[in-house]
Design a protein around this ligand. Structure first.
Ligand code: FAD
Length: 481
């Protein structure tokens, strides 16, 4: 039997790996007990991970996300050694070559059994089917959601089209299945590590040359970031999460996106501290869990509507809409040169760091689709090419929400005012000034739309607004109508 790592780069809460380890131990036990000294019984189990840069490029994965994956695969390989598993990291171009390689590998090892966790996206599913068609006995488990996909259905046995009833049914599923539903964690020295044994300086040691160097590895996140988030920030998340100048959110999305941390593991940690929290979804303390439910919601949505992977509008009404395209507007948006400070600062955050605060993702997505009337798919693609946490389900869900084409999306007439959003969520201008230092001299009263001040004071600090907010709003309303 061979284990195939894909979007599940972890040893904890990994159902397929648990099955693999159990099967391997049983096989070894039975081989030993029958005193079989055959050379085919090796001491180490075999796992594989494919680096497929060409395929990843086709899926618009950003270089920073690819780098984070490679760093984690290296770490995973060390963790697996402790579990007596040898991880081969193999470079092949694309899915076709993965299938060929696996077919040859299984032959070489005289087994056709391969174990893995399933992947959600259509191309990945098609690849798995081709593996099965090629004679590989692929056993799949599910590891990417808290509540299994296909288990949260309305009375007509269909996927919910509105988030709140989905959440109610999601909560009911967990309550009905209780704690037993959460699989045991596989312990390795790494995730057991006693911080006293592993010094903080060693934990936070970074590979400074790597593009994702400012993001520590998941073992550090598990030992330092998550406990401190649950201890110090969870209670304030509801109040502070919308302010990009405050570090109030968890920053866990890159790890969830590559499967280095499991969402069930996170929920389990929170339940350890707040055992009754799922009974009180209206409490502010639940707000962060609510985001994990949104994450599940978008994954369940793709499971039931695979065409979303092909970038179709969820809402049929918009399927044949032709968005006018203006290349210079699009370039201005990508490069943070729209003349709206909050939008521009947000795009600079994305371009410089590979991450963007959620409030800002909503603001810039609304601006692109409604102020500039550019097809949401252009923004979706650009985000994937830049984000360290690029994730098809969450990204597609977020873009279709902002563009009003999605499931439980915001209504088309709700158009964020980028100036009011700026005043409300960056009231002291700290975030804007961090990413637009050229505006550091502009007083806070003028900062959110500084053009009048700049002109009056003859400054050469900033570019004009590419569209007028009121006119753009009217145009968007007419277009959507
Ligand atoms: P926290 O606020 O700490 O939330 C915890 C976790 O919940 C996140 O790590 C994430 O996994 C999940 N989550 C939070 N908000 C959402 C949401 N709205 N939808 C789905 N899951 C959520 N998230 C991605 O992981 N990848 C993407 O490619 C992505 N693209 C987005 C595009 C747009 C236009 C929008 C509006 C949102 C997008 N999001 C995406 C959702 C959200 O912005 C990020 O998950 C969040 O900003 C990550 O920061 P955090 O880990 O500190 O989140």
């Amino acid at each position: 039997m061979i284990f195939w790592f894909r979007n599940d780069l972890r040893t904890h809460d990994n159902p397929a790996l648990q099955y693999f380890i159990n099967s391997f131990s049983n096989t070894r036990l039975s081989n030993n007990s029958s005193a079989n000294t055959s050379e085919s019984v090796t001491n180490m189990a075999k796992a594989i991970f494919f680096i497929s840069e060409k395929q990843w490029q086709l899926h618009d994965w950003s270089p920073i996300k690819v780098d984070l994956i490679k760093r984690h695969v290296k770490q995973l390989s060390e963790q697996l050694t402790q579990l007596n598993i040898k991880l081969d990291i193999v470079e092949v171009d694309d899915f076709q070559q993965q299938i060929q390689y696996l077919a040859e590998l299984t032959k070489r090892y005289n087994t056709n059994e391969v174990v893995a966790n399933s992947e959600l996206e259509v191309n990945e599913q098609a690849r798995d089917q081709q593996c099965i068609d090629a004679g590989i006995n692929l056993t799949l488990f599910e590891s990417d959601v808290i509540v299994p996909k296909g288990k949260v259905l309305n009375q007509s046995n269909e996927m919910y089209k509105v988030f709140t009833p989905f959440k109610r049914a999601w909560l009911k599923y967990i309550r009905d299945h209780g704690f037993d539903y959460f699989p045991k964690l596989i312990q390795t020295e790494q995730n057991e590590a006693d911080p006293a044994k592993t010094s903080p300086s060693e934990l936070t040691k970074r590979d400074t040359d790597s593009p994702s160097a400012s993001w520590p590895l998941a073992n550090v996140v598990e030992q330092l970031v998550i406990p401190s988030f649950i201890q110090d920030k969870l209670a304030y998340y509801d109040e502070e999460r919308d302010f990009p100048a405050i570090k109030a959110t968890s920053g866990l999305s890159p790890y969830l996106a590559i499967g280095a941390i499991s969402p069930r593991y996170l929920l389990r940690l929170i339940l350890n501290k707040h055992p009754d929290i799922l009974l009180s979804p209206d409490l502010p303390l639940f707000t962060w869990i609510n985001e994990l439910v949104w994450r599940d919601f978008y994954r369940h949505l793709i499971f039931h509507n695979p065409n979303l992977c092909k970038h179709q509008c969820f809402n049929d009404k918009y399927k044949s809409t032709l968005w006018p395209h203006n290349e210079s507007y699009f370039n201005a948006w990508c490069n943070g040169k729209t003349g709206y400070p909050l939008v521009d600062a947000a795009m600079r955050q994305l371009n410089q760091t590979g991450w963007m605060h959620n409030r800002l993702r909503m603001v810039v997505a609304s601006f692109l689709t409604k102020h500039l009337l550019i097809d949401w798919r252009q923004g979706e693609k650009y985000f994937m090419q830049k984000l360290i946490d690029g994730d098809l389900a969450a990204n597609n869900g977020g873009w279709q929400w902002a563009a009003s084409t999605g499931c439980d999306a915001q209504p088309y007439f709700r158009i964020f005012n980028p100036i009011l959003q700026s005043k409300r969520f960056d009231p002291n201008g700290e975030f804007i000034r961090k990413y637009l230092p050229e505006l550091s001299e502009v007083p806070i009263k003028e900062l959110h739309l500084p053009h009048g001040y700049i002109k009056k004071n003859n400054l050469d600090a900033y570019w004009p607004a590419i569209v007028d907010h009121k006119e753009a709003r009217e145009a968007a309303l007419n277009f959507y109508k």
